[in-house]
Design a protein around this ligand. Structure first.
Ligand SMILES: Cc1cc2nc3c(=O)[nH]c(=O)nc-3n(C[C@H](O)[C@H](O)[C@H](O)COP(=O)(O)OP(=O)(O)OC[C@H]3O[C@@H](n4cnc5c(N)ncnc54)[C@H](O)[C@@H]3O)c2cc1C
Length: 286
């Protein structure tokens, strides 16, 4: 990436900052180049969801719903022959309508998949249990599921109480954490920097007062709040539910392609209809 106004430096870390007077003093360090003090009029913190800078400023993150921090199980798995055995159209992602509400994401177009599903309250699964659950959801034997890695993760939906403190402004995940569902995280972050970018320039060039920067929070926070659930955009499942439903037609080759999640899904051997697929993944709102 190259921009006349951007000096991109890799492997530098913001160690400390001090906001006072007409700007910010930022202490940077690098393994290769030592330490450096930078004086700037404004600091835009794009340091991610954990944002040490937001914490140092004492800006709270406001969570709209108490259950926003639901836990999920993630797994990297090899599912040999899944593509041949499913009666559904080839897809990048499959959303299973089963008790686990499992999501399968293709990693290589072949046998490698990323599997995620919500965990119940105190659930803490071993790799063997994850394997059995995936096999159960796919209606295949555990021998057809090779678990390469498992990780638990928790999503969040929270927005900083303010996107500005003095000469420091928050942008991206530092300002708002939201669920991956819907794909709004980075989009919202890009909206942030588009908004705050021209305003900082206006102030630096002297054709707008510093108070213009207060409109950054006013304009961007409601947008972030909306995607974080303030307008019901995302609700998070907290526990599995419902009866088990098979997904694959065991050992039966796929006969032709079908429309995504279409009603033409063939009945499973048990007589029940199997899951939905999504050739162009439709984001779920949780
Ligand atoms: C599974 C998943 C799927 C997603 N899908 C989508 C999608 O489809 N569409 C979408 O728009 N968004 C999506 N997102 C969200 C998106 O990835 C994030 O919103 C985006 O990456 C946030 O960018 P950021 O720059 O604000 O933070 P980050 O990407 O977290 O970057 C912050 C950076 O700051 C660095 N840093 C932290 N502290 C310091 C320090 N003291 N000094 C120097 N550097 C520091 C970190 O190392 C990191 O590199 C998804 C997220 C997940 C987890």
């Amino acid at each position: 990436m190259s921009q006349p106004s951007v000096d991109l430096r890799y492997r530098w870390c913001c160690e400390t900052f001090q906001d006072g007077g007409n700007g910010v003093r930022v202490r940077l360090s690098s393994c290769g180049y030592g330490s450096r003090l930078v004086l700037a009029r404004y600091l835009v913190a794009c340091d991610g969801a954990a944002s040490p800078i937001r914490r140092a400023l004492g800006l709270a993150s406001v969570r709209d719903a108490a259950d926003a921090r639901a836990r999920w199980q993630g797994a990297l798995v090899r599912l040999p022959g899944l593509r041949q055995r499913t009666p559904h159209a080839p897809a990048v992602q499959y959303y299973l309508i089963n008790p686990r509400r499992m999501i399968l994401g293709s990693l290589d177009g072949g046998d490698l998949w990323r599997v995620t599903f919500p965990l119940a309250g105190g659930e803490d699964l071993t790799a063997g249990e994850v394997r059995a659950i995936i096999a159960g959801a796919l209606d295949c034997g555990t021998g057809s599921v090779e678990v390469l890695d498992t990780r638990e993760w928790s999503g969040d939906a929270a927005v900083a109480e303010s996107f500005r403190s003095g000469h420091v402004l928050l942008a991206g995940d530092a300002a708002h954490r939201m669920w991956p569902s819907g794909g709004h995280g980075m989009n919202t972050g890009l909206g942030d920097v588009a908004n705050v970018g021209w305003k900082i320039e206006a102030v630096l060039r002297g054709w707008a007062p510093p108070a213009l920067l207060d409109t950054y929070t006013t304009e961007r926070r409601p947008t972030a709040s909306a995607w974080c659930g303030g307008h019901g955009a995302i609700t998070v499942p907290t526990s599995p539910c419902g009866p088990t439903r098979p997904w694959m037609t065991p050992n039966r080759p796929r006969s032709g392609t079908r429309s995504a999640g279409g009603s033409s899904a063939p009945a499973s051997p048990s007589g029940r209809r199997s899951a939905s697929s999504s050739a162009s993944p439709t984001p779920t709102r949780r």
